[in-house]
Design a protein around this ligand. Structure first.
Ligand SMILES: Nc1ncnc2c1ncn2[C@@H]1O[C@H](COP(=O)(O)OP(=O)(O)OP(=O)(O)O)[C@@H](O)[C@H]1O
Length: 652
């Protein structure tokens, strides 16, 4: 992990050690060690033999994956290869027959005539083998896209189902990146390599069978030729993987920096604050470490490859020496030796296929394991939820509810109790960081409390069907996302499965959120794509986006409407229009979070948060009469509006 911290080495420095850096060295926070680095150590000690031991499990895994995706294509790609292997044995034996006739005594035309039947058999075997190999390749090629689809689907099914809290966990985000970037792509590869491995092994066994029939003494030569190549390949793969583990953490940081420097959303701010040199310097520090790591890897890989090739050359020489000795000693006949040479050549090709496949299989399996591990972890983080049906509510009781974010010392929400009733508008107010958004997310069911209980009409929310609970809630979030859809889709996704029927139409929701006129003026009206990165795409101003977000929330037409700073970016007219529609409604409860306290004056109850705790509650008049934080904040804001008329005397 030192590589991650070692940001200050100049590019021309050649020391093999990673430089040390302290937190003070970097103006940006340091990157955390992932617990997965333990696995890096585990793999660092993985030997050739442990690779061999893992192989059966890997093959089982790959075949299981292929089988679950398409039985027909799995059977075809493996079965046809096996039959092709049998034809290899047959072809080699037929070739020996041909050579034996050709090397026999007698006139040449007679020898050729005698060799013809065996020659025809050998030709038929080669042709049939070629046809089978092509058919097997087709089945194999068909498997790949199907597996890719299944594997991606499984990943996205998991990432969209895990609890929101998982995304607050830095380790989870990192694992998700690794699973998505490499692990997912390797699923199809491990199947591909497994089929190649089977093909290679069948080829080796087929030639070994032929060699055994011809001359068993030649069999060990096959092994002698193979071992050095196998060891080298596994070494290269292992080192590559270890380098990638370290690279991934750096790469996330580099991508983040690269995005900042080449994104239209950040372009203005970077120029306004003259951040260019700062970002480039940070990028340079990252790239220096990265380039050094890549150079070191290239060097050590080249050394290993060179050594491997030398040993392989010596082994090949030894094989030919043994064969020559056997021939000279009269242990094998000339025809048998010639076929053995052909067989050795064919076996070496098959062996190379098998070794390459094993090596790739092992390497890809390391990444695929990341995908599997992530899926397991993600599956454990999918909230089980209860099964009780939900059809609205009369009241939601928050009872001594707390939430502590992972790796934090203090609770963001600390033993808060309050009640939200249908037909009411309640407001959460308080200073920045006091816990309002977190509490709203708890009420919305986006987070599960780490302490206390939330009850819907007396029933613990944990026992309710989470899908049905979520269907009752709409959240106008403070930090919305600019979905790259059309204006209409941006509103419709609020309840995308609603058929025409009860509930507001897209246009009604847009009118209520003061968004209709603005949308109508877009080049394609409601069908305008709101993403400038695409042709004819448009972007909106911050306030225009917020109107759209409000329209989406209203379109959802939910029983519980949570509005987190719904008007922060709105002009006075749009804000007024929106609040007309956030008023009391007998079928709905509204939880309103806002710093503009004028907007909460008419709320049925106002809850005042401070450092995660609920410190005051009551309606506006009660809280003003009571004094305390609410009155202090309200008066500060009111003074701002009156400044110029009420305060000049004080200044003067
Ligand atoms: N995902 C998170 N992970 C860790 N800490 C968080 C996370 N979100 C919020 N916090 C912390 O929890 C505390 C409460 O944050 P919260 O967003 O609920 O406050 P808020 O009252 O809504 O603030 P604001 O008025 O600025 O919107 C803050 O100290 C914040 O830093």
């Amino acid at each position: 992990m030192a590589a991650v911290f070692g940001l200050r080495r100049p590019l021309d420095e050649n020391s093999p050690d990673e430089p040390a850096a302290t937190a003070d060295d970097s103006p940006l926070p340091e990157l955390a060690d992932g617990h997965w680095m333990n696995r890096a150590t585990e793999f660092a000690h993985t030997s050739f033999w442990s690779v061999a031991r893992r192989l059966p499990a890997l093959v089982r895994e790959a075949i299981g994956l292929a089988w679950a995706t398409s039985r027909r294509d799995t059977l075809a790609s493996i079965g046809l290869n096996v039959v092709a292997g049998l034809l290899t044995t047959f072809g080699l034996l037929a070739t020996t027959g041909v050579l034996r006739q050709l090397f026999a005594a007698g006139p040449t035309p007679d020898r050729i005539r005698a060799a013809l039947p065996a020659l025809l058999l050998a030709a038929a075997a080669v042709t049939a083998r070629g046809a089978l190999t092509v058919a097997a390749g087709w089945a194999q090629a068909r498997l790949i896209p199907q597996i890719n689809y299944q594997v991606e689907l499984r990943l996205f099914e998991a990432t969209t189902a895990v609890e929101l809290a998982a995304f607050d966990d830095a380790g989870f985000a990192e694992e998700m990146d690794r699973a998505r970037d490499r692990g997912m792509a390797e699923a199809a590869s491990i199947v591909d390599h497994t089929v190649n491995l089977v093909t290679g092994v069948v080829g080796v066994l087929a030639t070994a069978a032929a060699v055994t029939v011809i001359q068993p003494v030649l069999l060990p030569c096959l092994l002698l030729a193979a071992v050095p190549e196998a060891v080298t390949a596994v070494k290269l793969a292992r080192r590559q993987y270890l380098a990638l583990l370290a690279w991934i953490t750096r790469r996330r940081r580099m991508f983040m920096l690269a995005r900042l420097m080449a994104d239209r959303h950040t372009a203005a701010e970077i120029r306004a604050y003259q951040m260019r040199d700062f970002l480039l310097a940070e990028y340079h520090r990252m790239m220096t470490v990265e380039t050094q790591a890549q150079l070191r890897l290239a060097r050590s890989q080249t050394v290993t490859r060179g050594l491997g090739l030398s040993v392989t050359g010596v082994a090949a020489f030894a094989v030919y020496a043994v064969l020559g000795g056997l021939l000279l000693g009269g242990v094998v006949a000339l025809a048998a030796a010639a076929t053995a040479l052909l067989a050795l050549q064919s076996a070496r090709t098959s062996l190379r296929t098998a070794i390459f496949a094993t090596n790739s299989l092992y390497e890809d399996a390391l990444y695929y394991q990341d995908y599997r591990d992530f899926l397991d972890r993600a599956t454990r983080r999918i909230p089980a939820g209860g099964h009780l049906p939900v059809d609205g509510f009369t009241r939601i009781d928050v009872e001594r509810v707390s939430l502590r974010y992972p790796d934090t010392d203090t609770a963001a929400v600390d033993e808060v109790s309050l009640t939200v009733r249908r037909g009411e508008v309640v407001a959460l107010v308080g200073e920045n960081g006091s816990g309002k958004t977190t509490l709203a997310k708890l009420i919305a069911g986006l987070y599960r409390p780490t302490g206390g209980t939330i009850r819907w009409d007396g029933v613990d929310a944990a026992e309710l069907d989470p899908r049905q609970t979520a269907a009752q809630v709409a959240v106008m979030s403070q930090d919305w996302w600019k979905f790259p859809f059309t204006a209409r889709q941006n509103i419709r996704v609020g309840r995308h499965d609603r058929a025409d029927g009860p509930g507001p139409s897209v246009e009604t929701a847009a009118r209520d959120a003061a968004a209709h006129d603005m949308i109508s003026e877009l080049p394609f009206g409601y069908d305008t794509l709101l993403d400038r990165q695409f042709k004819d795409g448009q972007d909106l101003s911050g306030g225009q986006w917020q109107r759209l977000v409000a329209a989406r929330g209203l379109y959802r037409d939910a029983r519980l409407l949570i509005c987190d700073e719904p008007s922060a970016a709105l002009d006075a007219r749009a804000e007024h229009a929106l609040f007309q529609h956030l008023r009391r409604h007998p079928d709905r409860a509204v939880v309103l979070i806002t710093h503009r306290l004028a907007n909460v004056r008419h709320a049925d109850r106002i809850f005042v948060m401070d450092h995660g705790r609920l410190v005051q509650s009551g309606d506006h008049d009660t809280l003003m009469a009571e004094g305390g934080l609410y009155r202090e904040l309200f008066e500060l804001q009111a003074a701002g509006y009156l400044a110029g008329s009420a305060e000049p005397a004080a200044d003067g």
